[in-house]
Ligand binder design. Structure first.
Ligand code: COA
Length: 156
């Protein structure tokens, strides 16, 4: 497995990952490459977006880190990082998410971020367990969400 920054040519593989998560009943909507490209790859708030690439170039998953703007839909403090993680169920629980987070954390430190928010569905026990395992801790629970923070400066 290789972890590397996402480029435009990855939009197809990244949308396939989202489709696989949707097909497994772990997501409410599937989205195509035209949605993935501006949202994750070409987003002006992007700090990093990494893909995990398996054998024969197959995208196993990706993780996005963006800087929160004033109007972000999650109510995250301006300037904080916002993280999102999508791993194909076919590649789950094999350390892909952990490997992506190592790259994300390096990017967060290089950027000088102090805090990263993960806003997770309150019914998404798997997502909550993953972020907790990465060192995130719950700091607010708006309706339907569990929001966890990773303090970048804090010792892990
Ligand atoms: C949640 C998700 C990102 C985890 O990715 P992953 O590649 O499977 O994670 P890893 O294999 O690196 O697991 C790291 C740790 O997270 C925790 N974890 C991951 N999946 C878990 C699960 N299904 N149940 C309980 N704990 C889990 C474990 O502590 C695990 O360590 P371990 O396997 O040594 O016990 C992935 O399953 C996913 O993308 N799910 C669908 C979308 C989603 O829910 N995204 C995140 C919330 S928005």
């Amino acid at each position: 497995m290789t972890i590397r920054p996402a480029g435009s040519a990855d939009a197809e593989g990244m949308s396939r990952v989202i489709a696989e998560i949707f097909a497994a009943g772990l997501r409410k909507e599937a989205q195509g490459p035209d949605w993935v490209l501006p949202r994750y790859i070409d987003n002006e708030r992007r700090i990093e977006c990494s893909v995990a690439e398996g054998e024969q170039g197959r995208i196993l998953g990706f993780q996005s880190l963006q800087q929160a703007a004033a109007d972000n839909p999650y109510g995250v403090a301006v300037g904080w990082g916002i993280i999102g993680t999508h791993i194909s169920p076919a590649a789950a629980r094999q350390g892909v998410g952990s490997a992506l987070f190592r790259a994300t954390l390096r990017a967060a430190k290089a950027f000088g971020l102090e805090n990263i928010d993960a806003s997770i569905g309150a019914d998404n026990a798997m997502g909550q367990a993953y972020y907790e395992a990465m060192g995130f801790r719950t700091y607010r629970t708006p309706e339907g969400l569990v929001c966890k923070v990773y303090r970048v400066g804090a010792p892990s």
